[in-house]
Design a protein around this ligand. Structure first.
Ligand code: AP5
Length: 207
């Protein structure tokens, strides 16, 4: 099965993806994570993506589709797409690569998105995600898992978060109707606790 996690920034796609990979063994493909890695390496792709990401805008569709095609590498099953597709053009491009069987739409209102993302901290070393409100690290600024330094993503400033949400409404929200029309979309209330969100999605996956 190939699964897509759809939802606004901060809905909890990355947090849920980590749990689903552990429980169901999906291959996790997060376009945001891949792009951040490329920015860190200073590659041509990273240089191209950096400005879009810092402004909270979408990286061009053909760049994203090329990146996904390369990583899927001819395999056709077992993928969990997190933060992709984000436009109808990306969804249509994905269909030419492999079939999508299920789309989980994580619903979260704008104010909760801003509250969550302003409080997110990420480990520079292992990428673990924290939240100063709901999931604080044991020691301030230090990763529980590896002792790495925690930082705030440059696109987690309030003005950029609000722009990301606006971009989401304009360019990604049309995917809700698109996948609903195909009969493969399931809605999940993302304002619930991470455990509850995971259990609800796991129930859908177990049929
Ligand atoms: P990307 O990294 O995909 O960012 P995003 O979609 O904005 O999503 P986030 O990573 O911010 O949030 P999330 O939903 O994964 O939530 P998380 O689990 O971290 O993309 C970044 C940028 O890259 C884009 O703006 C764009 O420029 C570019 N890009 C990426 N993909 C692209 C594409 N396909 N096309 C074009 N451009 C692309 O959780 C957030 C916080 O909330 C954390 O602190 C977490 O601890 C907490 N939390 C999680 N779940 C819960 C819960 N249930 N209750 C309480 N707190 C929770």
């Amino acid at each position: 099965m190939n699964l897509v996690l759809l939802g606004p920034p901060g809905a909890g796609k990355g947090t849920l993806a980590a749990r689903l990979v552990e429980a169901f063994g999906f291959v996790h493909l997060s376009t945001g994570d891949i792009l951040r890695e490329e920015v860190k390496k200073g590659s041509e792709l990273g240089k191209l993506a950096k400005g879009y990401m810092e402004r909270g805008e979408l990286v061009p569709d053909e760049v994203i589709l090329g990146m996904v095609r390369e990583r899927v590498d001819g395999e056709t099953d077992g993928f969990l797409f997190d933060g992709f597709p984000r436009t109808i053009a990306q969804a249509e491009g994905l269909e030419e690569i492999l079939p999508v069987h299920l789309v989980i739409y994580l619903e979260l209102p704008e104010e909760e998105v801003v509250r969550r993302l302003s409080a997110r901290r990420v480990c520079k070393n292992c990428g673990a995600n924290y939240n100063l409100i709901t999931q604080p690290p044991k020691a301030p600024g230090v990763c529980d898992r590896c002792g790495g330094e925690l930082y705030q993503r440059p696109d987690d400033r309030e003005d950029v978060i609000r722009n990301r949400f606006r971009v989401y409404l304009e360019q990604s929200a049309p995917l809700i109707d698109y996948y609903e029309g195909k009969g493969i979309l399931r809605r999940v209330d993302a304002s619930l606790s991470p455990d509850e969100v995971f259990h609800r999605v796991a129930e859908v996956l177990r049929g």
